[in-house]
Design a protein around this ligand. Structure first.
Ligand code: MLT
Length: 225
């Protein structure tokens, strides 16, 4: 397996990205916002603000272009993924996260991914391939594009899966497979099933926000360095 390097010279700059520091009174964790296919680094800030008002937020733009649409890894066609590319892109993202921690002085603050669709898929892969990169994840409408040969220890890592019962991509079978992977790794998984399709709903956002507050009740970012 390719190991991420904190020292990679372009680790931060090869991702177009946006960072918003924590505001006083914000929570004691940061969010890594990961957009869906065709999105960009600006897409999920309003979601982040609904999930955790005042949290520090870091959002990279996926480096793969599919007909001009940014993604976090290549797919061969809808629902068929280029797994070696996914693995290489997960390394790049782990390196980005490590470099951003230093550059934006996040210190040891927990970093929780909030990803939608393709962004949820790379967040899930990051947890499974580079488990130290994230301290938790909200996966909205994920699939199971990546299953590692051996599962890492994810003991106690909180994972929220926001599934849509009519999602044509994240079908019930896909969600069960993903949930099983995380559970077997020891993660603390919550699956929220909305009566919805691939797009997430207000109900998903409030369930994920409540889950975040429960799992990461760490006090405020005021005075955080
Ligand atoms: C998408 O359209 O982004 C898919 O549903 C998920 C993916 O391709 O990773």
């Amino acid at each position: 397996m390719i190991e991420p390097s904190r020292a990679h010279p372009d680790a931060l700059t090869r991702f177009v990205h946006r960072f918003e520091p924590a505001r006083a009174g914000g929570p004691g964790f940061a969010l890594l916002l990961l957009h869906g296919t065709g999105g960009d680094e600006n897409d999920l800030f309003s979601l982040g603000e609904m999930l955790a008002p005042g949290a520090a937020m870091l959002s990279p733009r996926g480096r793969v272009l599919e007909n001009g649409m940014p993604r976090f890894f290549r797919r061969l066609r809808e629902g068929v993924f280029d797994v070696p590319d996914l693995q290489a892109r997960a390394v790049e993202l782990a390196e980005f996260v490590a470099a951003a921690r230093d550059t934006y002085a996040l210190g040891a603050m927990p970093l929780v991914a909030a990803g939608f669709s393709n962004g949820a898929n790379i967040a899930g892969a990051l947890l499974l391939a580079h488990p130290g990169a994230l301290q938790g994840a909200i996966l909205l409408r994920p699939m199971t594009p990546y299953e590692p040969e051996s599962l890492p220890s994810l003991a106690g890592v909180p994972v929220f899966i926001g599934a849509g019962t009519q999602d044509p991509y994240g079908t019930p079978e896909e969600i069960t497979r993903l949930e099983g992977l995380f559970r077997r790794g020891g993660a603390r998984v919550e699956v929220h099933r909305a009566d919805a399709g691939h797009n997430f709903t207000r109900g998903d956002v409030s369930a994920a926000g409540e889950w975040l507050a429960r799992e990461f009740a760490l006090g405020s970012a005021e005075g955080a360095t």
